[in-house]
Design a protein around this ligand. Structure first.
Ligand code: GAR
Length: 204
């Protein structure tokens, strides 16, 4: 069997993506373990949910810290917990070059749009405002730019005439929960290479 890859989850809010990953681990659909769940916000519902599930958690409030100063504290905990893969799950902070350099191609993020369209906050609202007919979600490697690294997986969601930000977000979220776990399995398989910006599956 060998030892399981160790995931570090970073979240700032509700934590539904974290829960989907934890459920898939419990169901044997992802061969990994969650080594630590870290939040920058005390009021993150995801943190409470992680505690309820008996997972190790750490609250590291970000208020008042400069970006790199904060990231050093987070990286210290991730290293202490021997984390192999960092999964941002609604972690609403940009990472510093310091953080990224400590986990090269070992940090994933999920974003609720088809990147590079609509990076940043309220991506679903941005899509409706722009009037696009399709949106969706993206899992990508993280670099120090906003929602910007090489793309691992995407899923498309049609936009309906009657959609609001809430109804569209709910349909996108369903896809987020599916493709994030698929992307984690893909990355853990190690069966890929990154050519310029393209994440390409290696031939078996
Ligand atoms: C998700 O929709 C995720 O894609 C988004 O925040 C939400 C977190 O929900 N992330 C971003 O916008 C990152 N730029 P969750 O806490 O229920 O997983």
């Amino acid at each position: 069997m060998g030892t399981l890859p160790r995931l570090g989850i970073l979240l700032s809010g509700r934590g539904s993506n974290f829960m989907a990953i934890a459920d898939n681990i419990a169901a044997g659909k992802i061969r990994a373990e969650i080594a630590i769940v870290i939040s920058n916000r005390a009021d993150a519902a995801g943190l409470e949910e992680a505690r309820k599930r008996g997972l190790e958690t750490r609250l590291i409030p970000s208020k008042g810290f400069e970006r790199e100063q904060y990231d050093r504290m987070v990286v210290d905990v991730l290293k202490e917990k021997k984390v192999d893969l960092v999964c941002l799950a609604g972690f609403m902070r940009l990472l510093s070059a310091y953080f990224v350099s400590h986990f090269p191609n070992r940090i994933l993020n999920i974003h609720p749009s088809i990147l590079p369209s609509f990076p940043g906050l309220e991506a679903q609202h941005q899509a409706l405002q722009h009037g696009v007919k399709f949106s969706g979600c993206t899992v990508h490697f993280v670099d120090e730019n906003l929602d910007a690294g090489p793309i691992i997986a995407q899923a498309i969601v049609s936009i309906l005439d009657e959609d609001t930000a809430e109804t569209l977000s709910a349909r996108i979220l369903k896809e987020e929960h599916r493709i994030y776990s698929e992307a984690i399995n893909f990355v853990l398989s190690g069966n890929f290479r990154i050519k310029e910006r393209r994440v390409i599956q290696s031939s078996r």
